[in-house]
Design a protein around this ligand. Structure first.
Ligand code: ATP
Length: 285
């Protein structure tokens, strides 16, 4: 979807959309308007099942958290859905379109984008160049050619304007010429989110958006995540911090042993026995 990065900030007080109102809290439950539908998704590593999801629907326009104890399969599911890992079996569709078998850049081009960490190479690039890679790299074109203006002059101004507007929105514009590596942990998370938005996604997948973030910046980051929803995007995030999960999610999916063992609103998940057992390690899966 097209967003307006320079537009005034979205109203964060707006009520969450009602996409899960009245939806039963049970694994695999259908949603009225899912943006993502997963069926029979399986992945094993050396005979060990990492992901074994029979059916999962992600609601559109809401914030969905993917939780579960260590080794539950969250990252593997995330990687499968974004094309960064090959599946063994199963299908999944985004906006009604089958995407299993697609490469990561094709998935991103269709509007489903994940954040990726500021790696060593990206830390040695300026904040602005990181943003430009978000626009062009996500589209599967040559990362480094993207940095040579004569190869992309027609697009250059549009991309630079968009990058600057997003940097202003995420309060990073004053750092546009600095190395990515000079940013604080929280600012890196902001840059990762801003860079993902360069691809104009409809669904944003955030991998541990609060990890390593100074508590003083957590609220600001959470407001940005709510801002994505207020702009009409769907958000899926993996996060270990349960205060963050409970405070921001419209819907929570809990994995254990690669399976979806519970789904529901934060209220229903907080006292769900299967979830409590999984975290305590007492549940046989
Ligand atoms: P955590 O919260 O600790 O990051 P997770 O829920 O993200 O865990 P995964 O990282 O997806 O869980 O791991 C699920 C299972 O798959 C684990 O048993 C893990 O050891 C295994 N696994 C994941 N990736 C690989 C890999 N590349 N090679 C072998 N085994 C893997």
């Amino acid at each position: 979807m097209a967003t307006e990065p320079g537009a005034p900030g979205p109203s964060l007080s707006a009520a969450a959309p009602s996409g899960v109102d009245g939806v039963e809290a049970r694994p695999g439950v259908p949603k009225p308007d899912p943006v993502l539908v997963v069926d029979g998704l399986r992945k094993t590593f050396d005979g060990i099942t990492a992901v074994d999801v029979d059916h999962l629907e992600i609601p559109r326009g809401l914030i969905t958290a993917l939780i579960g104890p260590n080794g539950a399969g969250k990252t593997t599911l995330f990687n499968l859905l974004t094309g960064f890992e090959q599946l063994d079996a199963g299908t999944w569709s985004f906006d009604g379109r089958r995407l299993d078998g697609h490469a990561a850049h094709q998935i991103a081009r269709l509007g489903m984008v994940r954040t990726f960490q500021l790696t060593k190479a990206l830390r040695k690039m300026s904040v602005m160049d990181n943003m430009k890679l978000g626009a062009i790299g996500q589209r599967g074109e040559n990362f480094f050619a993207a940095l040579l203006p004569f190869l992309w002059s027609a697009q250059e101004q549009v991309i630079a304007d968009r990058a600057l507007a997003l940097l202003e929105r995420f309060n990073l514009h004053h750092m546009q010429d600095q190395y990515g590596g000079s940013l604080s942990g929280g600012q890196r998370k902001l840059l990762e989110m801003a860079r993902a938005l360069m691809a104009e996604p409809a669904l944003v997948m955030l991998d541990e958006p609060m990890a390593g973030v100074n508590p003083a910046l957590v609220e600001s980051l959470l407001d940005h995540v709510r801002g994505l929803r207020a702009q009409g995007m769907s958000v899926v995030f993996v996060e270990h911090n349960m205060d963050v999960v409970m405070g921001i999610s419209d819907w929570i999916v809990c994995l254990a042993g690669g399976r979806v063992i519970a789904e529901g609103t934060p209220e229903s998940i907080a006292d769900n026995e299967a979830v409590i057992d999984a975290y305590l390690g007492t549940r046989e899966s």
